[in-house]
Design a protein around this ligand. Structure first.
Ligand code: ZN
Length: 278
């Protein structure tokens, strides 16, 4: 069994803290994002460089336009850049379809300026879709999304769905976009970021939990794709880069494990599937 690890970085910087809300829209909250851009991201880039692992960074256009230097370092190091909104607005909070469309288009423009090409992948801010999100992803030609949770370690095809409150839930036709599933269980933010009056977790227990999920996948899932979601403003803080290094080394020591960008992991999954048919 071959397994793939996709380390993904949601490079939000200050963008989530621009939105009014319980914890957003304040200078001190924004300073957490400045730390992410100016300290956390360089630490993660250095770590991935030392360990020679390709990764995928989902970067809001706001981050690209505000902190170009670390974004250029990410590109120069060969990592993939994916879409994460321009303004990091959760899709359900756009005022209209047109407002969502304009923000997605602006995010693509920022990425094109950074990398020279449009992104293949989209990750929804806050991991949610509005009723317009999937049709917009189709319109803009995205190949994959990494926001859904219908599988654990297995990419799957996004489909139309019918979810009336007064009738059965049904899925419809595939929409031509592959979903590379994420999990709140493999996201540093809910586990390790202080939020309101919620204390952060035991860091060792969180990294141990991620390691045990990887071990479970390698024993039970055929050709699993393990997606871990990191935020520079969370996992870039000490001593987490060292703990992340230990986790990556544990994974790399397992025979048959590869680290890949999400795009490359999908290409590998597709060619493996084609091979089985012959
Ligand atoms: Zn984000």
């Amino acid at each position: 069994m071959a397994h793939t690890v996709c380390l993904t970085v949601d490079f939000d910087a200050v963008s989530p803290w621009l939105h009014a809300g319980e914890f957003g829209d304040s200078p001190v909250q924004r300073s957490r994002g400045v730390f992410g851009a100016e300290v956390g991201a360089p630490r993660l880039i250095d770590l991935f460089d030392r360990l020679d692992v390709p990764t995928t960074w989902f970067v809001p256009g706001h981050t690209i336009d505000s902190f170009p230097e670390p974004c250029e370092r990410v590109v120069d190091a060969g990592h993939e850049i994916g879409h994460h909104g321009w303004s990091h607005t959760p899709p359900g909070e756009y005022e209209s379809r047109e407002a969502e469309r304009a923000d997605v288009a602006r995010g693509i423009e920022s990425i094109e300026r950074l990398t020279g090409s449009a992104p293949a992948g989209y990750r929804s801010p806050s991991w949610d879709f509005s009723p317009h999100t999937v049709p917009l992803l189709q319109e803009f030609g995205f190949e994959y999304s990494s926001s859904g949770m219908a599988r654990e370690f297995e990419p799957y095809e996004l489909t139309e769905e019918h979810a009336p409150v007064d009738g059965p839930y049904e899925t419809g036709d595939p929409v031509g976009i592959t979903e590379v599933p994420v999990s709140w269980q493999r996201d540093d933010y809910p586990a390790l970021a202080f939020s309101g009056n919620r204390a952060f977790s035991d860091e060792g227990a969180v990294f141990d939990h991620w390691r045990r999920q990887f071990d479970w996948m390698s024993e039970h899932a055929a050709d699993g794709v393990y997606v871990l979601t990191l935020h520079p403003q969370v996992s870039g803080r000490s001593p987490r880069p060292s703990m992340l290094r230990e986790l990556i080394e544990h994974m790399a020591a397992k025979p048959g494990v590869e680290f890949a960008t999400v795009s490359d992991a999908l290409a590998g999954t597709r060619s493996a599937g084609e091979g089985e048919e012959h």
